[in-house]
Design a protein around this ligand. Structure first.
Ligand code: OAD
Length: 235
C-alpha cells in the first residue's frame, strides 16, 4: 500500500471554529505566547496558564471535526497514512484517523509538572470534568499541568515523525505557517522527488521543494481538490 504523511497545523481546525495562532486576530495576539506557552510563563504564573488551557479545552468540547478532517481520515481506505499534527486538539481522532503523532501534546491530557514527558503520570481528562486547578496533583505529587509541549521544551515525538517520512509516496501539508521548528523541518525529510502538496489559502513563508503544488484553498475544499484532481481516488 502506498504511504503518505500528512503534516497539519492550526489551519486544519480553523473551519471547525478553532482560531489559528498567527496573523491578525490569532490566539497569540490575545494571549502573549511567552506567558502561556513557555516553561518560564508557567513558573511565574501557573494559575494563568492552567486557566488558559482550561478555556481551550472547554472550547474544544464545543466544536466538531470539519470535512477536511474527515477527508484526511478517508485516505486510510487507499493509503497507509500517518498524520503528524502540531495541533493539540483531538479532531483528527474524532474524525476517524487512526495513526496520529501529536508533536505539541494533547489538550485533553494532563501530566506531571516535574516530569512532563513521563507517560506514567499522563492522564486523560473526561469531557464531563475538563478542567484542572492549582492544587490538583499528578501521581508523583507535583502540580498537574497541561500535556502541551511549550516553546523551549523538547519535542519527543519528532523522531517518530521523521521515521514516518521514510519511503513515503506523498507528503501533504495542511494549514500550518511552517514557522515553528522542529515541526516545520519535517519537510526536509521528504525523500527527493516525493510529490509534495500544500493546502493553505495563504502564502506560506517557507522554502518548498520546486515540485511542490500549492492548493490555495481552505482545508475542506483543498482536500477535495487534492483527492479529485491530484490523487485521483475513485469514489
Ligand atoms: P499558525 O497560526 O502559525 O498558521 C496557521 C496556518 O493556517 C496559516 O498558514 C494560515 O494561512 C492557514 N489557514 C488559515 N485558515 C485556514 C483554513 N481554513 N484551511 C487551511 N489553512 C488555513 O499555526 P501553526 O503553523 O499550526 O505550538 O502553528 C504552529 C505552532 O505554533 C502551534 O502548534 C502552536 C503555535 O505556537 C504550540 O502551542 C507549542
Amino acid at each position: 500500500m502506498k504511504r503518505v504523511v500528512i503534516l497539519t497545523g492550526a489551519g486544519m481546525s480553523a473551519e471547525s471554529g478553532l482560531g489559528t495562532f498567527r496573523g491578525g486576530g490569532g490566539l497569540w495576539d490575545e494571549y502573549p505566547v511567552e506567558l502561556v506557552a513557555t516553561p518560564e510563563g508557567y513558573a511565574s504564573n501557573p494559575a494563568l496558564v492552567i486557566e488558559f488551557y482550561n478555556k481551550r479545552r472547554t472550547e474544544l468540547l464545543r466544536v466538531v471535526p470539519n470535512e477536511g478532517h474527515r477527508l484526511v481520515a478517508s485516505l486510510e481506505k487507499d493509503y497507509d497514512v500517518t498524520v503528524v499534527t502540531q495541533n493539540v486538539d483531538d479532531l483528527h481522532e474524532r474524525a476517524g484517523s487512526t495513526n496520529i503523532i501529536h508533536l505539541h501534546g494533547e489538550l485533553m491530557k494532563v501530566c506531571s509538572s516535574h516530569s512532563p514527558q513521563d507517560l506514567r503520570y499522563v492522564r486523560t481528562l473526561q469531557p464531563t470534568a475538563p478542567t484542572i486547578a492549582l492544587g490538583d496533583l499528578a501521581a508523583d505529587g507535583s502540580q498537574l499541568r497541561p500535556y502541551i509541549v511549550w516553546f523551549g521544551e523538547a519535542v519527543p515525538y519528532m523522531s517518530d515523525a521523521i521515521a514516518a517520512m521514510r519511503d513515503i509516496d506523498a507528503f501533504i501539508i495542511i494549514g500550518t505557517s511552517l514557522n515553528v521548528y522542529p515541526a516545520a523541518g519535517l519537510l526536509n525529510y521528504a525523500p527527493a522527488g516525493t510529490p509534495v502538496y500544500l493546502i493553505d489559502p495563504n502564502d506560506v513563508n517557507a522554502v518548498l521543494p520546486r515540485n511542490a503544488i500549492h492548493i490555495r484553498k481552505g482545508a475542506s475544499e483543498g482536500m477535495r481538490v487534492l483527492i479529485d484532481e491530484y490523487l485521483k481516488i475513485s469514489k
